[in-house]
Ligand binder design. Structure first.
Ligand SMILES: [Zn+2]
Length: 420
């Protein structure tokens, strides 16, 4: 009997937030279906609709029938901007700052981004993996099924390669899909002090081609900022990425408006991230290019920023807005995507439905992925099931994790992932 069932599994006794922009009404930002059913076959969604529209009893339709216990199902969450792999941490620096130390004193004590570079260079692949897993597990406990991971704390070819190898290994030891991004133009390594153009040469002639050749990066990113790299230097990195067939994205307009968003849009980039100082010209360029705005409220919070990203302009121009943790040791040591929902709503005034789209549908788009982020037939069965009565609870609660089950490519797991 089970072998003749059309689907491998079927979820009932739940409501579904499909987050499917193609089918949802204007008034309902969730694509909500009450008393729903979701059928899964070969790791893909085979059916989503009302339980009343099932053609037979659940047991006749699927080998396994799961009860959502009256909760809600959403797409599996997608964290589309993280620096999850790194050595050490910056808690000591955090403490020094709060004890009154100046930036100069912290730098003299070996603090700042270069302290993370030093710790990351000194760590073996296994050590980096062990340091990363607790952070990843925290994300997975909240229903994350896809995570993006950037390099950028090695800066030399060998360590950048090692970071990306660790990122790739994460999906072998945990139930998660990983997308990797090469972020060589993140900071100037000490060996290139005073010579940023020389470092960009190194990226374009040696490191990026080697990483592309090894198939270790799905995209290329840079930090375009007064304290990072100029628009011209970023353009050289993007031209190399384009030549190697890799899509680009950018840390842009975080602390000032250099025109980074226009540059990434010019290259048809996947996303412009941070963008607190983005102007309307940049917004329009992103809209034209289909570039996603990735909002990072964790960094906004940790840096006590006051300049808000131009949410109203992004809405007006129809630019999709994603939300992400920006997990990194310096400016966003955040490992909760649900907290980003809360901060996205409270700081940036997103609606809860916009915020949820930001960690599902629009986060998928920020990674160039068209097979997930929405619950619709044919897409990956990456799903999260929540003990809630309405999806707004996901953005409303602070510090509560109502995730009760996660489905990765059709396979059900508990939110808590333990080491094998
Ligand atoms: Zn970042």
């Amino acid at each position: 009997m089970p072998t003749s069932a059309p689907w491998d599994s079927l979820w009932v006794d739940l409501s579904v937030a499909t987050m499917d922009g193609a089918t949802m009404s204007e008034a309902d930002g969730y694509g909500a279906i009450a008393d729903a059913a979701v059928g899964i076959k070969d790791g893909r969604i085979a059916f989503v609709g009302r339980r009343a529209d099932l053609t037979d009893a659940p047991e006749a339709l699927a080998t396994e029938v799961h009860s959502g216990q009256g909760g809600w199902m959403t797409p599996g969450l997608i964290d589309c901007h993280t620096h999850l792999v790194y050595g050490g941490n910056r808690a000591r620096e955090f403490e020094m700052r709060l004890n009154g130390a100046s930036y100069e004193e912290i730098a003299r004590a070996g603090g700042g981004i270069l302290s993370t570079v030093t710790a990351t260079r000194a760590a073996s692949e296994d050590q980096l993996l062990a340091a990363t897993l607790p952070r990843l597990d925290s994300l997975l406990a909240e229903g994350v099924t896809t995570v993006e991971v950037k390099s950028g704390y090695g800066l030399d070819t060998e360590t950048e390669t090692r970071m990306l190898c660790v990122a790739r290994r994460l999906s072998q030891v945990r139930p998660v899909e990983v997308r990797t991004t090469y972020l060589g133009a993140h900071a100037l390594p000490p060996e290139f002090k005073g010579n940023p153009d020389g470092y960009i040469d190194r990226i374009c002639t040696e490191t990026l081609p080697a990483i592309a050749e090894a198939g270790l990066a799905d995209a290329v990113d840079a930090f375009c900022e007064g304290i990072g790299f100029s628009v011209d230097q970023t353009r050289r990195v993007f031209e190399t990425a384009k030549r190697l067939g890799l899509p680009v994205k950018l840390h842009a307009e975080q602390l000032s408006n250099l025109g980074g968003a226009r540059l990434v849009a010019e290259f048809g980039g996947l996303s412009a991230d941070h963008i607190e100082h983005l102007d309307e010209e940049g917004v329009a360029a992103m809209a034209q290019a289909g570039t996603v705005a990735v909002l990072l409220p964790g960094a906004f919070y940790a840096l006590r920023e006051t300049k808000l990203p131009p949410i109203e302009l992004l809405r007006h121009h129809g630019v999709p807005m994603a939300l992400s943790t920006d997990n990194n040791p310096g400016t966003s040591p955040v490992t909760s995507l649900l907290l980003m929902l809360s901060m996205g709503c409270t700081f940036f005034r997103l609606t809860p439905a916009e915020a949820l789209a930001g960690i599902t549908r629009h986060a998928a788009k920020a990674l160039g992925l068209t097979d997930r982020g929405v619950i619709a037939p044919g897409l990956r069965a990456d799903l999260a099931v929540w003990r809630i009565e309405h999806p707004a609870e996901l953005a409303y609660a602070i510090g509560l994790n109502p995730c009760m089950a996660v489905v990765n490519g059709g396979v059900v797991r508990s939110p808590r992932v333990e080491a094998p």
